[in-house]
Design a protein around this ligand. Structure first.
Ligand SMILES: [Zn+2]
Length: 246
């Protein structure tokens, strides 16, 4: 998943030991938000960003990044104002998302692995959006390429639309009434039930659904990454296995 679900943790880890998102600008946004949240002035935040980049970013050019820092800080400040006006918390801090048995059974009823995977991912996204917007409406307005990337399936543009349409027909989703919108609403969330899956790590999280359906999913004994085990002996993910061999 590309989204940063815990902005505070992300910023703290970045500042502590240089951990950075694939897109460093996302990390800078989190650091700026954390700084403002802690009451730092704009100049102070600017300096923190500058220090961070000088320490951890290869070929960092202060002149080149200066105007970008200003923009990031300005945007973060505006964002905080809107959130405050709406009475919402300023930083996004999601540690886990829970999926219940009723929800999983509803997905399994689809009896099509492709539809099941898509429904599971959409459910997770809708719950994340609820937490971000502090709402209870289960809308998904995320980019479809990102959603499909989390399903782990290669699906053509045309089939992407078809799969969504099938979920709408099955009554699991509702489409937006706005003509220009591709947003969908998840209709099968059922929080009032026992938790079956508690997602804490969101890399390859679709594998947790497959694990629940009985597929042999293991966690790499070195890095903890989820993997589809091809044999009982398999212990490591591809990356860690390569490191072991070299
Ligand atoms: Zn590993």
């Amino acid at each position: 998943m590309k989204m940063i679900l815990n902005e505070r943790k992300h910023a703290e880890e970045a500042l502590a030991y240089g951990k950075m998102d694939k897109k460093p600008t996302r990390t800078l946004v989190c650091i700026a938000k954390l700084g403002l949240e802690q009451g730092q002035s704009i100049d102070e935040v600017h300096n923190v960003l500058h220090q961070f980049m000088s320490k951890y970013y290869l070929n960092y050019n202060a002149v080149h990044w200066d105007s970008f820092f200003h923009r990031v800080i300005h945007q973060a400040a505006c964002y905080f104002k809107t959130r405050e006006k709406a009475g919402k918390s300023r930083l996004i801090e999601i540690d886990d998302i829970s999926i219940t048995y009723t929800e999983l059974l509803r997905i399994k009823e689809l009896r099509s692995k492709r539809l099941e995977k898509l429904a599971f991912v959409l459910l997770v996204y809708s719950k994340i959006n609820n937490r971000i917007h502090e709402s209870n409406v289960y809308w998904v307005n995320n980019v479809w390429s990102e959603i499909y990337s989390d399903t782990g399936m290669a699906v053509s543009k045309r089939d992407q639309g078809l799969l969504v349409h099938k979920l709408i027909q099955s009554g699991l989703l509702k489409e937006s009434k706005r003509v220009d919108s591709t947003n969908v609403q998840v209709l099968f969330a059922q929080e009032e039930d026992d938790v079956a899956i508690k997602l804490i790590c969101f890399d390859d999280f679709i594998l947790e659904y497959l694990r629940w359906t009985g597929e042999r999913i293991k966690n790499c004994t070195i890095c903890g990454k989820r993997l589809i085990a091809k044999s009982n002996r398999q212990k490591y993910c591809k990356e860690c296995r390569n490191i072991q061999r070299s």
